[in-house]
Design a protein around this ligand. Structure first.
Ligand code: AMP
Length: 394
């Protein structure tokens, strides 16, 4: 795959259309509550405007389903961006086409414009060719810097690339692609994956893909119980997917054949109810009583997993070790986060919950790379080629 990156492209004096991900959270007064996704693009924006490019930004916000929904306008984002960049942002509230082009024609070198929510227009999510062509009217150069939407093939990250000759990836996208390559294509070893979360079903594709790549897999969270079941153990009232027991057993078998070590928790924190104040106890993994739910990994598992992590050179992590939203069952996830932070390995973390845990602990700067994406990160781990990345490969 050959993808051009922004720093290899000539943007001087050109109209550079950048697909960004400004799908930011906001409150009922349309006040943005977290501007991380906007600030994350500033390097890409500065690089372009310092070279006298006219920057036209395209993003979606929420799910308006091809209709104009005033409560999902990107206008407040334009205002926030103006504040952050300390310059005026032209807000183009016309549908891509001649009128939007006429508005963008008023821009001077170094100016920035933001288009209205691209999902207001039905052509976007349909990856409509004609719509992509209209968007391309605004661009001499196309840059995609929205990794979080890269697993979707939409007009603003796929169809448009057919109509702009010069296409490439911005700095955020570059980081995602490069770190991922470093971790998965030619990793420093030992290399391990920590996979947690509620269900085996949502992580099955990942487990099947990484089994041929990693040296070990740590499995925690609710999904561990389906593996215990496959080992013929009792799982009490814990989360367990009956119809995936066979698949879990097959993964254990495959790992054994390939010499991949699978580490499952050796002790479990159990309670009678799925409640933070439900009294908890620690029991061995093979002694879960019928009336108990396993909600976190126990101290001996924490120790074993942490030792393994500390002796690794590369770690990829997705998913919590327990029902970590409840403080009484968050110790496992937090301890594993600390072990990754303290390890000197190349650490790549992705997925909402693992990232939330890291942010809550204030240790995000201790990770080598935190992916900005949920779905796209998971699909990369599943070994899929993301449509928007493929579209940049010319
Ligand atoms: P996922 O989106 O698949 O990564 O799952 C994340 C969710 O799994 C979080 O909301 C956790 O609370 C939940 N989870 C993790 N471990 C357990 C467990 N042992 N029992 C129930 N839910 C769990």
């Amino acid at each position: 795959m050959t993808i051009k990156y922004l720093d290899q492209m000539d943007v001087s004096g050109k109209r550079v259309l950048i697909r960004v991900d400004y799908n930011v959270p906001y409150d009922k007064n349309m006040k943005i509550t977290d501007d991380t996704r906007i600030t994350a693009t500033i390097d890409t924006l500065n690089y372009c405007i310092e070279r006298g490019a006219k920057v036209i930004l395209v993003s979606h916000l929420g799910r308006p389903d091809g209709k104009v929904v005033p409560g999902m306008s990107l206008k407040p984002v334009a205002e926030k961006l103006s504040e952050l960049m300390k310059k005026k942002i032209l807000f183009i509230d016309a549908e891509p086409g001649d009128k939007a082009k006429a508005m963008s024609d008023t821009m001077m070198n170094g100016d920035i414009a933001l288009l209205e929510n691209i999902r207001f227009y039905p052509g976007e999510e349909k990856n409509d060719d004609a719509f992509g062509k209209k968007l391309a009217l605004l661009a001499d150069v196309y840059i995609n810097d929205a990794f979080a939407t890269a697993h979707r093939g939409h007009a603003s990250n796929d169809a448009i690339t057919k109509y702009v000759k010069d296409c490439g990836a911005g700095f955020l996208m570059k980081n995602e692609i490069e770190y991922f390559k470093k971790a998965m294509d030619n990793p420093a070893r030992p290399m391990g994956a920590i996979i947690g979360g509620a269900k085996v079903s949502s992580k099955l594709g990942i487990l099947k893909n990484i089994i041929g790549k990693v040296d070990f897999i740590i499995i925690g969270g609710g999904m561990a119980f389906t593996f215990y079941k496959a080992m013929g153990l009792n799982t009490g009232k814990s989360l367990m997917e009956k119809d995936l027991v066979k698949e879990a057993g097959e993964i254990l078998r495959q790992a054994k054949i390939s010499g991949i070590e699978i580490l499952l928790p050796v002790d479990v924190v159990v309670a009678s109810e799925f409640k933070d104040d439900s009294p908890k106890s620690i029991i061995p993994f093979d002694k879960i009583p019928d009336d108990k739910i396993g909600l976190d990994i126990g101290p001996e598992s924490i120790k074993q997993f942490s030792d393994k992590i500390k002796n690794s050179k590369t770690i990829v992590w997705n998913g919590p070790m327990g029902a970590f939203e409840m403080p009484n069952f968050s110790i496992g996830t937090n301890s594993i986060a600390m072990a990754v932070a303290e390890s000197e390995c190349l650490s790549i973390v992705g997925g909402g919950d693992s990232v939330t845990a890291i942010n809550q602990l204030g240790i995000s700067d201790k990770m080598s790379y935190i992916s900005t994406a949920g779905g796209a990160f998971l699909e990369l781990l599943e070994g899929k080629i993301l449509p928007a990345v493929k579209a940049l490969d010319k």
